[in-house]
Ligand binder design. Structure first.
Ligand code: NDP
Length: 263
C-alpha cells in the first residue's frame, strides 16, 4: 500500500486526506493519505523517509524548509523557493509547487485583473506573486514585518511592511497570511483594511473551511470574493496527478476530488 501524507502545524483542519483518499478510492488505487503534525520543519525529510512515503503535501509553516530538503526542485517552485508537493522518484525527493497554478485557475471568474495587493509574505505569497506576475498583473506585497520581504525585493516586486505602507487602489486584494486560521485576527490593522477594501474590486482569502474576519469584512462590502476552496481543489488535483506519476487523466482526478467537497 502506498502511503501519502500532509505535513504541517496545525494540520488537523486539513481537507487534503479526504480529497486524495476519495481519488484513490474512486480510481481503485491501493493508497492511503494521512495527516502528520510536524513541529520542527527541519525534520521533514527524515520523517518522510522513516515513514516510507511515496509522496506528500506540505502546508504552513514548512513549505520553505521543504524546498531546502529536496534532492531536486522542478517548475515554478524553483523561482518561488517554496514547495507544497513532494514525490519520490527513483529514491530521490522531488519538490513541486501546485499552489500557483491552482490560484490562477481559481480567479478566472473575476474577469480582467490588472493589479493585486498580496497581504502576507510567506510561501503562498511567493507562489501567488510569481504566478500573477507571469500573467502580466502588477503585484504589490504588504507584510506585518520586514523580515520576509527580501525575497520580493530581490524579485523586483514592490513590497512594504505595515509601518511604511500607504494604502492605494488595487483591482484585487488577497489574504495569504494565516491571520484568522486559528485565531480571530485581521491580516492588517482594521483602519488600513477598511481603506483598502473601499478601493478594490475583488478579494480572495486563501484560507478555506471557515469565514475569517477578513472575509467577513469583504462580504459586508458586497465585493466579489473567493475563499480558498477553489484554489485548494486545483492545487490538490495537480498534486494528485504528480503523486500518480501522470498515469491518470487530470479530468478523472478532478471529478473524483470534487466529489469530496460535497461531504
Ligand atoms: P507562512 O507561514 O509561510 O506565512 C505566513 C504569513 O502570514 C507571514 O507573512 C506572516 O507574517 C503572516 N502572518 C501570520 N500571522 C499573522 C497575523 N496574525 N497578522 C498578520 N500577518 C500574519 O504561510 P503560508 O504562506 O504557507 O500559508 C498562509 C495561509 O495560506 C495559511 O492560512 C494556509 O492555510 C493558506 N493556504 C491555502 C491554500 C489553499 O489551497 N486554499 C494553499 C496554501 C496555503 P510575518 O512575516 O510578520 O510573520
Amino acid at each position: 500500500m502506498n502511503v501519502f501524507t500532509i505535513f504541517g502545524d496545525p494540520v488537523s483542519h486539513s481537507r487534503s486526506p479526504l480529497m486524495h483518499n476519495n481519488v484513490f478510492k474512486t480510481l481503485g488505487i491501493k493508497a492511503c493519505y494521512t495527516r502528520t503534525r510536524l513541529e520542527d520543519g527541519s525534520k521533514l525529510r527524515e520523517v518522510f523517509f522513516s515513514k516510507a512515503l511515496q509522496g506528500a503535501n506540505v502546508t504552513v509553516p514548512h513549505k520553505e524548509s521543504a524546498y531546502e530538503q529536496c534532492d531536486e526542485v522542478r517548475g515554478i517552485a524553483q523561482t518561488i523557493k517554496a514547495v507544497n508537493t513532494l514525490v519520490i522518484e527513483n529514491g530521490r525527493l522531488i519538490g513541486y509547487n501546485t499552489d500557483a497554478d491552482g490560484f490562477i485557475h481559481a480567479i478566472e471568474s473575476f474577469g480582467p485583473i490588472r493589479s493585486a495587493l498580496i497581504l502576507g509574505a510567506g510561501g503562498t505569497a511567493r507562489a501567488l506573486s510569481v504566478a500573477l506576475r507571469s500573467k502580466g498583473i502588477d503585484v504589490t506585497v504588504l507584510n506585518r514585518s520586514e523580515g520576509r520581504l527580501e525575497y520580493f525585493k530581490n524579485e523586483g516586486i514592490a513590497s512594504y511592511a505595515w509601518e511604511n505602507f500607504t494604502p492605494d487602489a488595487y483591482d484585487m486584494i488577497i489574504n495569504t497570511t494565516s491571520a484568522g486560521l486559528s485565531d480571530n485576527e485581521l491580516p492588517v490593522p482594521a483602519a488600513m483594511l477598511k481603506e483598502l477594501l473601499t478601493r478594490t474590486k475583488a478579494a480572495v482569502d486563501v484560507i478555506y473551511g471557515k469565514e475569517t474576519p477578513f472575509l467577513r469584512e469583504v462580504k459586508e462590502r458586497c465585493l466579489p470574493y473567493k475563499d480558498g476552496s477553489d484554489m485548494l481543489l486545483s492545487q490538490g488535483v495537480l498534486a494528485n496527478y504528480l503523486f500518480l506519476h501522470r498515469r491518470y487523466p487530470i479530468d478523472q482526478i478532478e471529478s473524483a476530488m470534487r466529489q469530496s467537497f460535497l461531504y
